[in-house]
Design a protein around this ligand. Structure first.
Ligand SMILES: [Mg+2]
Length: 118
């Protein structure tokens, strides 16, 4: 990922990074291929939490699991991303698609309102 989505994500990390009730980590998802000397062959390793897992993952107000899938204004989620966010919500977490830092801040505000946080 690069370009506008990366810029939005960087802004979100900057804006929410200073919040005492939020901790978010970057979750890179993908498949890496590299040479394994011992096996004498190329090996493939999946990285990231899971296929479709969100760009930013962590803890929000109230200690609630928080997952933010960052998209540009016209960016589309994949079916895997939708399924993963739905799973987060099903298990009691907050899983949202956000298209700006303002939207991410609004998600956190709504979480605070629900948990009685400041
Ligand atoms: Mg994304």
């Amino acid at each position: 990922m690069s370009g506008p989505e990366a810029a939005i994500q960087a802004e979100i990390r900057l804006v929410l990074g200073g919040e005492r009730d939020v901790a978010l980590w970057r979750n890179n998802v993908g498949l890496a291929e590299f040479w394994n000397e011992r096996l004498r062959r190329m090996v493939r390793v999946e990285y990231g939490l899971a296929v479709g897992s969100a760009d930013l993952v962590g803890i929000g107000p109230g200690g609630t699991f928080l997952a933010l899938e960052v998209k540009t204004e016209r960016g589309r989620t994949t079916p895997e991303q939708e399924r993963w966010l739905e799973l987060v919500r099903l298990k009691g977490g907050v899983g949202r698609v956000v298209r700006s830092a303002e939207e991410a801040v609004e998600v956190v505000r709504a979480m605070r309102a629900r948990t009685g946080g400041v």
